[in-house]
Design a protein around this ligand. Structure first.
Ligand code: MN
Length: 177
């Protein structure tokens, strides 16, 4: 049983104009899919074939000889999580339990957005900006492929647009449970 590319939780044009259908065609349809295809090739015929994605990540995380497997598996997990962190008509200040947690941890929503943006802007090269402790709560992909077609080199503009318009706080709240 192979690892599957999960369905996007919305149509490819649903996040426009902040993230275009063109970006999702490439980011989901090419990048995310390629990680899945690569992983399935790497684990074919090994004892990891048939394992869940989480099991594959846990098994390969501390084994340098499985770095290729870990990198592809982690990218699959991160992207699937990232898609769920976004939704049309999202963003803005959160409601629910996460709102109080953010106030407690960061002082205010404005301070939180400042720190999240700063984490995303200062990530050198490709990477991810996370709000988490031991459990993943929210992420924003800041690899160039996440924003370059829409924002070229303006990563701060992409981060601002996502934070103001696309964050799925219902999903983030559900991760607190
Ligand atoms: Mn990506």
């Amino acid at each position: 049983m192979a690892v599957n590319l999960p369905e996007l939780p919305y149509a490819k044009d649903a996040l426009a104009p902040y993230i275009s259908a063109n970006t999702l065609e490439f980011h989901y349809g090419k990048h995310h899919k390629t990680y899945v295809d690569n992983l399935n090739k790497l684990i074919a015929g090994t004892d990891l074939e048939g394992k869940t994605l989480e099991e594959i990540i846990a098994n390969s995380a501390k084994d340098p000889s499985k770095a290729g497997i870990f990198n592809n598996a982690a990218q699959i997990w991160n992207h699937s999580f990232y898609w769920k962190c976004l939704k049309p008509q999202g963003g803005g200040a959160p409601t629910g339990a996460i709102a109080a947690k953010i106030d407690a941890a960061f002082g205010s929503y404005d301070k939180f957005t400042e720190e999240l943006k700063n984490a995303g802007v200062t990530q050198f090269g490709s990477g991810w900006a996370w709000l988490d402790g031991q459990k993943a709560l929210l992420t924003i992909d800041v690899w160039e492929h996440a924003y370059y077609l829409d924002y070229q080199n303006r990563r701060p503009d992409y981060l601002t647009a996502v934070i103001q318009n696309l964050i799925n706080w219902d999903f983030v709240n559900s991760n607190l449970g």
